[in-house]
Design a protein around this ligand. Structure first.
Ligand SMILES: O=C(O)C1=C[C@@H](OP(=O)(O)O)[C@@H](O)[C@H](O)C1
Ligand SMILES: C=C(OP(=O)(O)O)C(=O)O
Length: 443
């Protein structure tokens, strides 16, 4: 899924040092706009991630009749809530760009509206599986048409009465769980979602923050329809998924010591820290605190000798977006790292198992893909030209690889880095990484 656009070059530089606050959490930023839109009153969001994915969510709600200000230069967004029944039909399809979270959560939120909505996206998003949300939503009474193979565009037929269901998720997915809970706000009775393994629980926490009762038990969450949400103040922590690039870079570049400030360390997101520590990393959580219902800490990371591990499958959903850069850590580690139970990586913005294996092979690393994972043998990294396939996390992962490679790593198709990490190259340089835009003769 080539999107063309920018090419980045990453080279060996010095040790990383100082402190850095990476941009706001993408998952929390999406949810703040969604819940703010259907709440009563005005929601103020600070630390909002102004990446393309979250801007797609804002644009969708504006098209649905919600006044949203920002994000401004201080990363503030103000959402003028229209109340649970205040959304209006959009004039045309909602283009959600590259953002799977926007599409799946909106499918749930819009399933019980009195009007039709069509959701579409870019070349990557329109290849991603949507039956995982449309099928359980249909069981609740929704009518949602998909393209061939259950892919977008989705056309949601309005005017349906939804009934709560008790649903056991076949795959561990926070997007599916969230879609059903959001539909459940509008359903008759109780919607209960049980997950096979814990996934990020930002929806549950934020619903509670907006005054909506969420029942939670061991592995399940439930809402009862018919209630109202009250506007809230949301303080979005820095995104651990963006911090992950620097956790790995500072771990593998000798002499590094870096502090990542105000990072969200919700236990449903900290698999990357646990996996790196199992590999021998030196990462400490400092100044732990709670901000707006989400745990936050400063992360101090020092360079360490990493070694290969068998990644415990229980940690997979807790680190699901961090595997591209964890594979770089594995390539720079001594010995072999094995990942299993991670088939989901094949249906992200790209097939993250195959695309990472191809790029690592290009850099001379032995990486053997399997249906549900990969085996990577650590060793010296060479330079070369790798294709990110328009996948932001692949592009940034290989930018970290360049810092320990023998020769420059050139990464193509990097426009989508903007989806989750605006000015990644600038932040990387501030921390000490040698990442730059390719010159005209390097494309
Ligand atoms: O709920 C969310 O905000 C997300 C859930 C995860 O997706 P899945 O639910 O498909 O695992 C993750 O990969 C995505 O980046 C964000
Ligand atoms: C999978 C991701 O996002 P989404 O599903 O929202 O496109 C991601 O950011 O790595």
């Amino acid at each position: 899924m080539s999107t063309g656009g920018r090419t980045l070059v990453a080279e060996r530089g010095g040790a990383l040092g100082g402190s850095l606050r990476v941009p706001g959490d993408k998952s929390i930023s999406h949810r703040a706009v969604m819940l703010g839109a259907i709440a009563d009153g005005t929601t103020v969001v600070d630390g909002f991630l102004g990446g393309a994915d979250n801007r797609a969510t804002i644009a969708a709600f504006r098209a649905l009749g919600v006044a949203v200000e920002g994000p401004d230069e201080n990363h503030r967004v103000v959402v003028h809530g229209v109340g649970r029944d205040g959304l209006r039909a959009a004039e045309g399809p909602l283009d959600l760009g590259n953002s799977g979270t926007s599409m799946r959560l909106l499918a749930g939120l819009l399933a019980a509206q009195p009007f039709d909505t069509t959701l579409t996206g870019d070349a990557s998003l329109t290849r991603r599986p949507m039956r995982r949300v449309t099928e359980p939503l249909a069981t609740m009474g929704a009518v949602i048409e998909t393209g061939a193979e259950g892919t977008p565009p989705l056309t949601i037929r309005g005017g349906r009465v939804l009934t709560g269901i008790d649903y056991a998720l076949p795959v561990a997915s926070a997007q599916v769980k969230s879609a059903l809970l959001l539909a459940g706000l509008y359903a008759q009775g109780t919607t209960r979602v049980t997950e096979p393994a814990p996934t990020r629980d930002h929806t549950e926490r934020m619903l509670a923050g907006f005054g909506y009762a969420v029942e939670r038990g061991d592995g399940w969450a439930a809402v009862t329809g018919g209630g109202r949400l009250t506007a809230a103040e949301v303080d979005v922590p820095a995104d651990i998924s963006s911090a992950a690039f620097f956790l790995v870079a500072a771990s593998i570049i000798p002499g590094s010591e870096l502090v990542l400030e105000h990072v969200g360390v919700n236990p449903t997101r900290t698999g990357v820290i646990e996996i790196l520590c199992l590999m021998g990393a030196d990462i400490r959580e400092e100044n732990p605190r709670e901000v707006g219902g989400e745990p936050v800490a400063d992360l101090r990371v020092r360079a360490a000798e990493l070694h290969g591990i068998d990644i415990p499958e229980a940690l997979v959903p807790l680190a699901i977006d961090e595997f591209p850069v964890l594979f770089i850590a594995a390539a720079a580690a001594r010995g072999t790292t094995r990942l299993t139970g991670a088939r989901e990586l094949r249906v992200k913005e790209s097939d993250r198992i195959q695309v990472m294996a191809d790029g690592l092979n290009t850099l001379g690393v032995v990486a053997e893909p399997a249906e549900d994972g990969i085996t990577i043998t650590g060793g010296p990294l060479g330079g070369g030209r790798v294709a990110s396939h328009g996948d932001h996390r692949i592009a940034m992962a290989f930018a970290v690889a360049g810092a320990v490679a023998d020769a420059p790593v050139t990464i193509t198709d990097c426009d989508n880095v903007e989806t989750s990490f605006p000015d990644f190259a600038g932040a990387a340089r501030a921390a000490g990484l040698a990442v730059r835009e390719a010159g005209p003769d390097e494309y």
